[in-house]
Design a protein around this ligand. Structure first.
Ligand SMILES: [Zn+2]
Length: 845
């Protein structure tokens, strides 16, 4: 029984058989709060007369099916989310009329009522296979067609889709939006955004004509929308991409909608991009948040060409789609916006994700074998996004940026409105660069695991290198050694104490040992940095002298990207039990205040907190925790009033707070009996403090209720739900467990807020009973659906208080479980975190 699954083979068979011409879709949004009306007319041809295939439609209540003028009984042909279509002709017309339920899980057509003003907001989310929750489809990316939507909705709503619309008021408070027929596109990038949204309009004029721009936002968030900044990045992005690709934007107008209760960051619906509306900042944020949002805007825009115009044939190339967008966003950000340090942010925030994921037992090749939709869903991970993007960056270094772009331009030209596979792109890149990419592709895309690079250095009495060798290693399970294009930087401390690059050598690394002749005779510097400029994807190790230089003052590395690599190396060494948690926490406390990149600041403060909570040896964990809290308090006091650092450090201090003194200080900031020069305790910072006090057991349900009455928004409700779940009491944990695991009536984002607050370091006693309950639940949790099951399996895993006894129980479960492979994958990943924490604790003792 396929359920909602679809195999690659089934998709292939269907696309061999069919050629889809048009969809005409009517959606009625006036039929009540629970369900909407939907009518699809699908025109398609079939290459084998008399053949049988199926259309997709999930959870529909179907009243009419007509194939080529003949009515079919839904009871006969609709089962298991598929409509069987027999006896096809050369040209066919399928008509399906039905109602479908609104979603509260963020999949399909999501409906949200704003608690502030009871206004209604809808949006669709279709990737991977959820257009079939809204209309009848052939749900696979290579059956492209043109779409004409007609939407009936209350007069006065905003209704947006992939193209422009004409609106007609039909009376009785109802209007119909008739959208122009779209270009040929895949079902998963079609979209409907409808409701009482406010819209801000602008337009971009460039070399290829005018693009009308729109921003949609809930009425209650409009006052916080910084449209000027968002339009600025949007226009810079269009100017950059149209120039680099030498091709105009293909989809006419460009709307960007900020929508509530969104499961992801954003989605590249053609001409109608959706973003989670946390990107409309209602409180003070650091520059890092603006930089991250600009990156997301550019990421989705890059997909308009790579993904939407030219689309993967099947989800096997999902990694390529996402990696390209990640690469293009950082590239455009650095070249065309004020966020010029985007590759530093990439190194700080994204690569760590990839390295972590790639060292889990569940790692897989970038080119994953996505044999069906369930496999695709499990692979929306750090390999697909971040390792893929790192590898693509390595590919750009390998073929050269100019040739890379030249190859892309031919690729877009050749395959516009069509579908491709990886080989089609590689062929264009080989033609443009003259480099053979077959070995590159095998080594990087079809194998798993991360290599480690370290320098083996010998010097003479005068301090000059007599030998400079780069050693490459891999772990036994994934032994592939790869070709790397890397830069090596030699840094010296100058008279002012700054670490300045004296020499940079760019070279190919291959095999276990590569001799770097160019550096023989060079004077040994204070810091040797492998993978300088972050060209490749590999863990790097620092030699003893270089490490000592960093411990002496990491901030003295003057460039942000090499500094990011040094920070990354230190964190890797800590995770790998080669550096103690104590030393890492001290390194962060010593360097974070002068780190100029706010993305690095946020990452480091999080890593420092994890080092203290998870990797500190039990016998001195309390002491280190106190030192971390006290160190942050001193940094808060010394931070420049009103600076981003002050805000980031105050947040980190609230997350670190354990002592009575810290609780009293946070209480004081909340009730304004204590003030900190330049710090505005705005609504989201209040929730940070309330959550900290709830975690410490200082604030009660009443205090949380009182805060909620000050902020009765959906964000406030989600914060309050998290604050309740984070309390260190059996009753709070029981209620949270019930909300996440047992009940199924909570909206997706509320459920996630609770889930993420459940596991807390230092609450080992109240969480103890939930170790066994987690393992029991895991046995059958997939029955709740893949999306929800993955939230439960990931967030509730008992990883916050690592202990050998927990590891033993997990191992016993793994030895006996009957759970499916996807469930075991999540549990194995949690087990790996536990085992890693115990090794790091041993190193720290
Ligand atoms: Zn993407």
């Amino acid at each position: 029984m396929p359920g909602t699954n679809l195999t690659r083979e089934e998709a292939k068979t269907r696309s061999t058989l069919l050629d889809v011409a048009t969809y005409d879709i009517e959606i009625d949004l006036t039929a009540g709060d629970e369900r909407f009306g939907t009518r699809t007319v699908l025109s398609f041809s079939c290459s084998a007369a008399g053949a049988t295939t199926f259309a997709d439609f999930v959870e529909a209540d179907i009243s009419q099916i007509t194939l080529n003028g003949h009515p079919l009984d839904p009871a006969d042909v609709y089962a298991d989310n598929r409509i069987t279509l027999d006896d096809l002709q050369t040209d066919n017309e399928l008509v399906v009329v039905a109602t479908c339920p609104y979603s509260h899980s963020g999949e399909g057509l999501h409906r949200f009522v704003d608690p502030v003003d009871d206004r209604v907001y809808l949006y669709t989310q279709f990737e991977v296979p959820d257009a079939r929750r809204v209309f009848t489809t052939f749900e696979q990316p290579d059956l492209k067609a043109t779409f004409a939507f007609s939407i009936t909705a209350p007069t006065g709503w905003e209704v947006v889709s992939n193209s422009e619309a004409k609106t007609q008021d039909t009376g009785d408070g109802v209007s119909v939006w008739s959208f122009e027929r779209t270009q040929r596109m895949s079902t998963y990038i079609t979209a409907i955004i409808a409701g009482e949204y406010d819209v801000v309009r602008d337009s971009y004029r460039g070399a290829y004509g005018e693009i009308p721009l729109g921003l949609l936002v809930r009425k209650s968030l409009l006052e916080h929308l910084d449209a000027d900044e968002i339009f600025e990045v949007t226009k810079q992005g269009f100017a950059f991409f149209e120039g680099a690709f030498e091709m105009g934007y293909p989809f006419g107008k460009y709307d960007q909608a900020f929508v509530p209760e969104y499961n992801m960051g954003a989605m590249e619906n053609a001409g109608a991009v959706t973003f989670r509306d946390e990107y409309v900042f209602r409180s003070r944020q650091t520059r890092s948040a603006y930089e991250g949002r600009a990156n997301t805007i550019l990421h989705e825009m890059a997909h308009m060409w790579f993904g939407d115009l030219v689309t993967m044939r099947w989800w096997d190339d999902l990694w390529l789609n996402e990696s390209f967008a990640e690469w293009a966003a950082s590239h455009a950000s650095a070249k065309a916006t004020k966020y010029v340090e985007s590759w530093t942010a990439f190194a700080n925030a994204r690569k760590g994700w990839a390295y972590r994921q790639d060292q889990l037992p569940s790692t897989h090749p970038i080119a994953a074998d996505n044999y069906d939709l369930h496999a695709v869903e499990a692979n929306f991970d750090g390999i697909t996004y971040a390792k893929g993007a790192s590898t693509l960056k390595q590919l750009v270094a390998w073929v050269g940026e100019d040739d890379f772009l030249a190859g892309l331009r031919t690729y877009f030209d050749k395959y516009a409105y069509g579908n491709t596979e990886l080989a089609d792109l590689l062929a264009e890149l080989e033609a443009a660069s003259g480099r053979d990419l077959s070995a590159w592709s095998t080594e990087w895309l079809q194998t798993s695991g991360v290599n480690t690079l370290r320098a083996r250095l010998e010097t003479d009495d005068a301090g000059a290198f007599t030998s400079f060798v780069v050693e490459q290693s891999a772990i036994e399970a994934f032994p592939t050694l790869r070709r790397h294009r890397i830069a090596i930087g030699l840094y010296d401390r100058d008279d002012a104490g700054a670490l300045v690059r004296r020499q940079r050598v760019e070279t190919d690394i291959e095999g276990a040992e590569t001799v770097i002749d160019e550096l023989v005779g060079a004077t040994r510097p204070d810091l040797v940095l492998l993978n300088d400029d972050d060209l490749t994807y590999a863990k790097i190790r620092l030699d003893e002298r270089s490490l000592a230089t960093l411990v002496d003052g990491i901030a003295s590395v003057t460039e942000s990207l090499p500094r990011a690599l040094c920070w990354g190396a230190a964190w890797d060494m800590t995770r790998d039990a080669e550096m103690s948690a104590t030393a890492f926490a001290d390194l962060v406390l010593g360097g974070v205040a002068t780190e100029s990149e706010l993305t690095a600041v946020g990452t480091l403060l999080g890593q420092g907190r994890n080092a203290v909570a998870l990797y500190a040896a039990p016998d001195h964990r309390d002491a280190l925790r106190a030192r971390w809290e006290q160190g942050l308090r001193e940094l808060v006091g010394a931070a420049e009033p009103g600076s981003d650092h002050q805000l980031a450090l105050v947040r980190a201090y609230a997350a670190a707070a354990h002592s009575d003194e810290a609780a009293a200080y946070l209480r004081g900031l909340l009730d304004a009996s204590i003030t900190l020069d330049g710090l505005s305790v705005d609504i989201d910072l209040r929730w940070t403090f309330v959550t900290s006090l709830a975690r410490q057991g200082v604030f009660t349900e009443d205090d949380i209720d009182a805060e909620l009455s000050r902020d009765a928004t959906i964000a406030g409700q989600e914060h309050a739900a998290g604050a309740r779940a984070i309390q260190p009491s059996p009753a709070a944990k029981e209620a949270a467990w019930d909300a996440v695991v047992v009940r199924d009536d909570l909206a997706n984002e509320t459920q996630r807020s609770i889930a993420e607050a459940f596991q807390v370091s230092g609450q080992g006693d109240v969480l103890e009973p939930f170790v066994d309950r987690y393992l029991q639940t895991a046995e059958t949790v997939m029955e709740k659906g893949v999306w929800r099951a993955s939230v439960i399996l990931q967030t509730l895993f008992p990883r916050a208080n690592p202990a050998q006894a927990t590891l033993d129980r997990v191992d016993a479960w793994l030895a006996e479980t009957q759970a499916d492979a996807a469930t075991k994958r999540y549990v194995l990943e949690g087990r790996d975190d536990l085992a890693r924490a115990l090794r790091a604790q041993a190193r720290d003792s």
